[in-house]
Design a protein around this ligand. Structure first.
Ligand SMILES: [Zn+2]
Length: 112
């Protein structure tokens, strides 16, 4: 008996042993190391390709997470999302500051 919908539909309701065997079969399929290995491989490949797309859009973490979670669909979403503008930098200390800041929060230099 394989763990699929045809086995589920052909199960005899009067035989609880059959249902138990099908449940065991499906539990074994879900805990198979091979299944988890390939799930991990696809997640990592999804994240790496997503990060590669995100590198060109200044959004590596965002696009790596999208790729890991959604795979090829996440890659398409990443390609359609706009690029992230880099945070403005303080001309005095070269550290990141907020877009609307009047003074640098690190060194106090006047901005813009
Ligand atoms: Zn500064």
């Amino acid at each position: 008996m394989a763990c699929d919908f045809s086995a589920l539909s052909s199960i005899d309701p009067g035989d609880p042993e059959q249902a138990t065997r099908l449940l065991d079969e499906c539990t074994q399929a879900l805990t198979s190391p091979q299944l988890w290995f390939w799930t991990l491989v696809f997640t990592i490949v999804g994240a790496v390709v997503g990060a590669w797309i995100g590198r060109r859009k200044n959004a590596v973490v965002r696009d790596a997470l999208l790729g890991a979670a959604l795979g090829p669909i996440g890659w398409i979403v990443s390609l359609l999302l706009p690029a992230v503008k880099p945070a403005p930098k303080c001309p005095a200390c070269q550290r990141d500051v907020g877009a609307g800041d009047r003074h640098c929060r690190h060194c106090g230099a006047r901005l813009g």
